[in-house]
Design a binder for this molecule. Structure first.
Ligand code: ATP
Ligand code: MG
Length: 577
């Protein structure tokens, strides 16, 4: 391809609306253009990258025995009503009506459709196991689309679904996918960590995420997940799922008898602990949440934080948020109190479900709100002054240096971009949608399912997050839009131009994906663009061509060598072989 023909417009500046480096670079280097919030045009260079990622995924999925198909992007509401998700999926599901007033949605994922396919097509255990996948655009009306391709509303996903006769089969299919995923990301030039995760709206019990680990710095916070991991035994989990052993609370003998005392203006745990001059771990914190429209009071030891996904899961919820002040007022009115946030306690609350984190069970002579503004109960004990909630679960956010549950070593934390996700679904969809097969023993049984996603467009963006420098992108070879760019320094110099053309011709004939920068531009512009676009190799034909020498640059390392044109050609041919 000739740069003079290539449809690409590089920009001098980063786009003003971009926060993370992959978004900035992909726009500036002419790969993507925004059409609407969270919706992007994939321009020719981007489309080449995406097709490469897709092909790696396709090759590895096919090699694992999975079969590709393509399901419709628009889906009828009836299927979602059958699975029960029409009412619970929330606003991310883009709903629409056709001309006959029938309800439809844009596919955010395809469990319902694939289950309907299996229900009609698979009658007997003899047809199992089977794994079906597709590569397709998905639409999720994300509340905060951001970071360019990392969190779009429309994005490309590979989604696969396995069907097995029993749990053992599912475990086997799951393991095959886990291994396949590791290979896929490796081939894309991305090191990933497979971490335990929450199963969220898709359901099921066991699930893992594939995380590209990124450093958090002030300029770049593309890693939206906190990953906790143990350097000793290898335990690793998303913060929404991570668990840990806990150091015992600091105790304080200060409050030996129950007493209500004045605690003016202590709205936060920090203020209260300072005012009372006790460690935060002597306080029982009480926070009011709204989960799917219902009020929940969540209690946790004062020095620790509630993990909202865990809390939401404890009530099988789909949406969670902290209660507003007017809602707290309403609860107080209904319960016959008048306290404001900061002084709320579980005692006497009406119309509110109460849950305690495991950390509260061991509290003794503790401090807790009693629904009176500017007052707290000190020296409280469970069963004497306040009832211990019946519902006790782990709803605590793990913190760095908490102890690993498997080996007790201190846990570390890092940021990660989730590029893939695998789930053991079990019978969640097959049961709800009555999708069954006849087993060996003649019994009708629901399929045992798994599902497996990879964000194709997110993977490409994650590769930019991992591979770039101040000059631009450094594509891993396997997913680069072109392998090599030939740059004649001066388009006025006949010898430079003819050698460059000759190299271009020979590489093209050898089926190498090669660009030639034949534009009438200054050398500086051409070299800058080559770095920005991120082509892995550059062959620069300049003045030294008089001695039959060109410059060979490796983008990843910045290494420059002076070699003959033939050596340069041969080197590229060896690389792509
Ligand atoms: P997230 O937690 O990041 O919102 P998810 O867990 O909801 O993602 P899955 O349902 O597991 O996503 O989808 C499978 C894969 O699709 C994800 O691992 C991710 O790579 C990709 N993906 C999901 N949402 C988006 C999005 N909004 N933009 C780009 N890729 C996405
Ligand atoms: Mg996921």
């Amino acid at each position: 391809m000739r740069m003079s023909n290539l449809f690409v417009q590089t920009l001098r500046e980063f786009p003003s609306d971009a926060e993370v480096i992959s978004h900035k670079l992909l726009v500036r280097a002419g790969y993507i253009r925004k059409l609407a919030n969270g919706v992007y045009n994939y321009l020719p260079l981007m489309w080449r990258v995406l097709k490469k990622v897709e092909n790696i995924v396709r090759e590895e999925m096919d090699a694992s025995g999975a079969q590709e198909l393509l399901m419709p992007f628009v889906q009828p509401a009836e299927l979602w009503q059958e699975s029960g998700r029409w009412d619970v999926y929330g606003k991310e599901l883009m709903r629409l009506k056709d001309r006959h007033n029938r309800e439809m949605c844009l596919g955010p994922t395809h469990e319902e459709v694939i289950t309907s396919i299996a229900r009609e097509g698979i009658k007997s255990y003899k047809q199992l196991p089977v794994n079906l996948y597709q590569i397709q655009s998905k639409f999720r009306d994300e509340i905060r689309p951001r970071f360019g391709l990392l969190r779009g509303r429309e994005f490309i996903m590979k989604d696969a679904y396995s069907f097995d006769t029993d749990e053992q089969g599912l475990k086997k299919s799951y393991k095959i996918m886990a291994e396949t995923y590791t290979r896929i990301f490796e081939r894309c030039g991305l090191e990933t960590k497979m971490v335990q995760s929450d199963s969220g709206a898709i359901g099921g019990s066991v699930s893992h995420e594939f995380m590209v680990l990124v450093n958090e710095d002030s300029e770049n916070n593309a890693g939206e997940n906190d990953v906790f991991y143990c350097t000793k035994c290898g335990y690793s989990a998303n913060s929404n799922h991570a668990i840990s052993n806990l150091n015992p609370a600091e105790t304080d003998g200060k409050f030996s008898k129950a007493e209500i005392i004045d605690t003016p203006n202590t709205h936060s745990i920090e203020e209260l602990s300072k005012f009372l001059n006790v460690p935060q771990s002597v306080i029982c914190k009480c926070l009011i949440y709204v989960i799917d429209g219902k009020y929940v009071a969540a209690l946790i030891r004062g020095d620790r934080t509630i993990e909202e996904t865990k809390l939401m899961n404890a009530f099988n919820g789909n949406e969670i948020r902290i209660a507003r002040n007017d809602e707290i007022e309403e609860i107080m009115n209904v319960s016959g109190y008048s306290a404001i946030a900061g002084f709320i306690g579980p005692k006497g609350l009406k119309n509110v479900e109460i849950i305690g984190d495991k950390t509260i069970t061991e509290l003794k002579n503790f401090v807790i709100g009693i629904n009176q503004t500017d007052k707290h109960l000190t020296g409280a004990n469970w069963g004497v002054d306040v009832d211990l909630p019946k519902k006790i679960e782990d709803i605590r956010l793990v913190e760095e240096n908490d102890k690993c549950v498997d080996c007790n070593a201190p846990l570390k934390v890092t940021k990660g971009i989730e590029v893939g996700n695998i789930f053991q679904l079990g019978t969640k969809y097959s049961k709800a949608m009555n999708a069954t097969f006849t087993d060996k023993d003649g019994q009708e049984k629901p399929f045992i399912m798994g599902c497996y996603g990879i964000g194709i467009s997110r993977t490409a963006a994650a590769a930019v997050e991992r591979h770039h420098d101040e000059f631009g992108i450094k594509w891993p070879l396997a997913i680069a839009p072109y392998t090599v760019i030939v740059v004649p320094v001066s388009d006025q110099d006949e010898q430079q131009m003819s050698v460059a053309e000759e190299i271009y011709k020979k590489l093209s004939e050898a089926k190498v994906e090669v660009l030639i920068d034949d534009r009438a531009e200054r050398a500086g512009v051409k070299l800058k663009d080559a770095d920005l676009i991120g082509i892995p190799y550059r062959i620069t034909v300049g003045k030294t061509i008089k001695d039959n020498l060109v410059e060979f640059k490796t983008r990843a390392t910045g290494e420059m060598e002076t070699i003959t044109p033939d050596e340069a050609i041969q080197r590229i041919i060896n690389i792509v072989k």
